[in-house]
Design a protein around this ligand. Structure first.
Ligand SMILES: CC(C)(COP(=O)(O)OP(=O)(O)OC[C@H]1O[C@@H](n2cnc3c(N)ncnc32)[C@H](O)[C@@H]1OP(=O)(O)O)[C@@H](O)C(=O)NCCC(=O)NCCS
Length: 188
């Protein structure tokens, strides 16, 4: 155990402490593979009222270029994931989640920005998604990106009978939206 001196810390000691850099975990995002599914499933079970099965993930990963799924790691450990489905020139967000203990630290936004970049790289002109009416946290994150509400799907979630809000992010390739992605990536 490290030795601790008694008494008040010196002014010089306080200054040193104030200027110490804040340790931030290293965040990396890359393609999801089947070997990642045990870690993904652990998060999925706590993320949604009706979690996807491993079979659904496997079937999504088997769709090749029609989908893109990514895992987000902090210090090498998978703590989030998300995916998009490509339909014509649109990217549909199918799933996104961050481990509960690491939420509200900007990781969900990093991941969504990554998915939006992949959609842009594939020349998608818009992104869309459905979100539970009661899921205010996710809705706010989407609004920060410029997603707007465009309609409601009634009883979309059969297990609760909850409605889904349909949201769109238009003009994905415009300098305005790409600039917003830059800002969100820089600030997180
Ligand atoms: C939605 C989810 C992925 C967001 O991940 P996250 O890492 O917490 O997101 P961020 O930290 O990037 O938050 C981005 C913004 O979203 C909003 N937000 C996120 N969580 C919020 C909460 N609990 N309450 C209010 N606003 C919230 C805030 O505007 C936040 O920005 P701020 O922290 O600067 O105020 C995460 O809450 C999650 O995994 N939820 C369960 C799965 C889910 O609902 N997925 C979406 C299905 S459509």
């Amino acid at each position: 155990m490290a030795r601790r001196s008694g008494g008040r810390p010196s002014e010089a000691g306080l200054m040193r402490r104030r200027t110490l850099p804040v340790e931030r975990p290293e965040v990396t995002i890359g393609p999801m593979h089947r070997r990642h599914l045990p870690a993904v499933m652990r998060i999925e079970h706590g993320a949604h009222p009706r979690p996807w099965t491993v079979g659904i993930f496997n079937s999504e990963l088997a769709q090749g270029d029609a989908r893109y799924y990514a895992v987000l790691r902090t210090d090498g450990k998978i703590v989030g994931y998300g995916g998009i489905m490509f339909v014509a020139d649109e990217a549909h967000v199918t799933n996104i989640a961050i481990a509960p203990s690491l939420r509200r630290q900007g990781l969900g936004s990093r991941l969504l920005a990554h998915l939006a970049r992949e959609g842009s790289r594939r020349h998608c002109v818009a992104m869309t998604l459905e979100v539970r009416m009661g899921n205010m946290a996710a809705q706010q994150m989407y609004r920060n990106f410029g997603f707007v509400s465009s309609g409601i799907r009634r009883n979309y979630y059969p297990e609760t009978g909850e409605d889904a809000l349909i949201m769109w992010l238009y003009d994905l390739l415009s300098p305005e939206v790409q600039g917003r992605l830059d800002e969100l990536e820089k600030s997180r």
